[in-house]
Design a protein around this ligand. Structure first.
Ligand code: C5P
Length: 408
């Protein structure tokens, strides 16, 4: 997906071993459609060469404010005016301290100081030893750059090049890319708390076996990410799936429909939007055997009894209505035929403002999908596209339908 098509990113590198990750990050930016202009400090060039970054970005790297290529000899002005965003990755402890002081005795800090603050965001990906990271001076400086309008992206935790283990690693290239993409999303859900259910449920028969379905969770995870990128606080109640948690999303893992119901009811107490994408099992075994159900040698299969699971969406929507309806509920319907009719009927049965229909076999496990949006006014199709694209469109549709009281 070319999510950064048309965007021009100025990528600033300062001195730190994490510079090796910036090569990959640069590559991902370019693959996502961005043009990238690299600016390096003298210290950064000790860790990775400008030649490497030039080859990956396809543009000569700037390392000095005295660069004669600029006709007016003002690279700090020209580069910062062209940028849609400036990303410092890695940002060393020293460089962050320099930003706090507004220092400008070399090109990168000069350019950051000269950036038009109202339209060019500054994203900072710190990278340093864990003691340097936790030092009060660094933490104080980070609070200050945040207060001065920069976006501090946080750090990873783990093994560091110095041999120590802890906080201070630079985020990975793909995480940095997600952060840059998020930066450009309209914040249409700022101030909202969105709860999303996703994935299948697993209804245990015994300690070994159970009943589940083919839901991959991809659509729900994409919606959680899109809502987060749109500025919402997001809680993702996830059935058993092997998907990474979108950055900044609170995840609650559950197995059974009953667990999903409990976790959802708890989470929606503070929510303004609920999106039920989970493929919840309709029935669970009436009894859960403590031991494995064994063959008894007669050839007769065991007689399994089932009871119906509570409908989470219905319960949540009814509860919200009973309390005055300050929760905007969105349901999903996976059908195999007559999508529009089934979806319309389901929306009315569940008593919700928006229902999203999709064809089950065309979505389960796929990275692409197409959606049919059904509300009181009618039906609208979102044609086949990557699930994240559809999720962003759906988030915009939800934002446009929020009742006046739900706008922050
Ligand atoms: O009635 P049906 O299961 O087709 O409805 C699908 C919608 O209801 C989805 O949004 C799904 O997440 C939700 N659902 C639920 N709890 C159930 C069954 C379905 O939340 N037990």
């Amino acid at each position: 997906m070319q999510e950064l098509a048309g965007k021009h990113i100025v990528l600033g590198l300062t001195g730190g071993i994490a510079c090796y990750k910036s090569a990959e990050f640069c590559r991902l930016l370019v693959k996502s459609g961005a043009t990238v202009q690299v600016v390096m400090t003298e210290a950064a060039a000790q860790f990775i060469t400008p030649v490497t970054m030039q080859a990956l970005s396809g543009r000569p790297v700037y390392t000095s404010q005295w660069d004669v290529r600029e006709l007016n000899n003002m690279p700090h002005i020209n580069l910062s005016r062209e940028a849609d965003a400036i990303v410092l990755a890695p940002a060393s402890a020293d460089f962050i301290a320099r930003l706090v002081q507004g220092r400008s005795d070399e090109l990168l800090s000069l350019m950051c100081l000269a950036r038009p603050m109202d339209r060019v965001p500054l994203l900072i990906a710190p990278a340093m030893n864990r003691e340097m990271w936790s030092h009060p001076a660094t933490q104080r400086n980070l609070r200050q750059v945040d207060a001065d309008g920069a976006l501090v992206l946080g750090v990873g935790n783990g093994w560091q090049a110095c041999g120590e283990t802890g906080d201070g690693r630079m985020l990975e290239a793909d995480q940095l890319l997600d952060e840059v993409i998020a930066q450009f999303q309209p914040k249409v859900l700022a101030g909202q708390h969105v709860v999303v259910t996703a994935g299948p449920t697993f209804e245990a028969l015994d300690p070994i076996r159970g009943i589940t379905n083919h839901s991959s969770g991809k659509m729900g995870f994409a919606i959680a990410r899109a809502a987060r990128d749109a500025g919402a606080e997001v809680t993702l109640v996830a059935g058993p799936v092997h998907l990474p948690t979108p950055r900044g999303v609170r995840r609650v893992d559950v197995l059974s429909a009953q667990q999903m119901l409990e976790a959802t009811l708890h989470s929606v107490r503070t929510a303004s939007i609920f999106v039920a994408t989970a493929a919840v099992a309709d029935w669970r075994p009436a009894a859960h055997s403590q031991q494995k159900i064994k063959k008894d040698g007669t050839g007769k299969p065991p007689m399994l009894q089932f009871v119906e699971n509570e409908d989470i969406l219905l319960t949540v929507a009814q509860g919200a209505r009973a309390q005055g309806g300050q929760l905007f509920c969105v349901g999903f319907a996976a059908e195999s035929e007559n999508l529009a009719e089934h979806a319309k009927a389901k929306r009315e049965r569940k008593g919700i403002p928006l229902l999203v229909g999709n064809i089950g076999p065309l979505t389960f496990g796929q990275d692409h999908n197409s959606l049919l949006l059904v509300d009181a006014k009618g039906v609208r199709e979102l044609p086949r596209a990557p699930k994240l694209t559809l999720a962003r469109e759906l988030v915009a549709e939800i934002a446009a339908r929020l009742p006046a009281g739900l706008h922050p």
